[in-house]
Design a protein around this ligand. Structure first.
Ligand SMILES: [Cu+2]
Length: 282
């Protein structure tokens, strides 16, 4: 196939997502992800683009590849984790945009959606990212490198193994309240989450029955990670409001199924995590 024919075939494949203009841009430049990342809007041809795509299922995407130096991590003790993002020529990417006040967010979860961690690695001069990490339990873990490069948000995923006998846990049933690792009661307001639609997720935090004054965390009222049960697809979520003990987010659940929500908020300078199971029915 000629280069022109290949570009044409590529363009045809992308028309459904972002329109012909975006497709041509995608074939020649690094702009394709943004079109599908914005809230769904009709393009100039009146076609409805696909819902916001899930992220984090691929180790390589949009010409960027995640290289993790460790295949395994030890259980129960702190060890260094180093990784980098490389471009199509294999060169280490050094320039990242600041998103949520950081240039790199590293999300870690075991395949059964336990063991959640949200770390902020530091970057070495050669572009490598490094962080100490302590994983409590053996099993297969997913690492998500969540960042923005050339104003394009990207989440790349890679697995690491933690050697030893793993006791996998079933996903907890959906519940309206959860106790965070800070001992607070966190309530998730019931919501009708439908596949392919933006769902509003509102949380309130109380301690000993009294509302907790939430502090800014990562430039917002809090941070929410949503992962799909079964494949750990990483959803695009953004904060919409904060007031006192309340935080709201919008999340686009791509399909029916169950999702694990990891809400993080800050009180008295400390970050706490509360976990919820969200059911999405079609
Ligand atoms: Cu982060």
């Amino acid at each position: 196939m000629t280069v022109a024919a290949r570009l044409a075939a590529f363009a045809v494949g992308l028309v459904a997502i972002g329109g012909a203009a975006a497709a041509v841009g995608a074939a020649v430049g690094p702009e394709p992800q943004r079109a599908t990342d914005e809230p769904a809007e009709m393009d100039e041809h009146g076609a409805m683009p696909a819902a916001a795509p899930v992220r984090g299922l691929a180790i390589s995407q949009d010409g960027l590849r995640l290289v993790v130096d460790q295949r395994t991590l030890p259980a129960g003790r702190t060890a260094p984790l180093t990784f980098r993002v490389v471009d199509e020529d294999g060169a280490t990417v050094r320039d990242f945009d600041v998103e949520h006040t950081k240039r790199m967010h590293l999300i870690v979860a075991r395949r059964d959606l336990t063991g959640f961690q949200h770390l902020h690695p530091t970057q070495r001069a050669d572009g490598t990212w490094t962080t100490p990490i302590r994983v409590a339990d053996p099993g297969a873990y997913r690492l998500f490198a969540d960042f923005s490069h050339d104003e394009t948000p990207v989440t790349l995923g890679a697995d690491v193994a933690v050697d030893g006998p793993a006791t996998l846990r079933p996903l907890p049933a959906p519940a309206a309240t959860a106790t965070s690792d800070g001992g607070d009661e966190v309530r998730l307001q019931a919501t009708d989450a439908r596949p392919g639609e933006e769902a509003t997720l509102r949380f309130t935090v109380t301690r000993d029955g009294r509302p907790v004054e939430l502090e800014p965390y990562l430039g917002a009222g809090g941070h929410l990670v949503a992962l799909r049960e079964g494949d750990l697809a990483f959803l695009h979520v953004h904060p919409i409001e904060t007031a006192g003990d309340r935080i709201g987010f919008e999340a686009a659940f791509p399909t029916a199924g169950r999702y694990r929500l990891f809400l993080q908020y800050q009180v008295d300078g400390r970050v706490h995590t509360a976990e919820f199971t969200q059911e999405v029915t079609g």
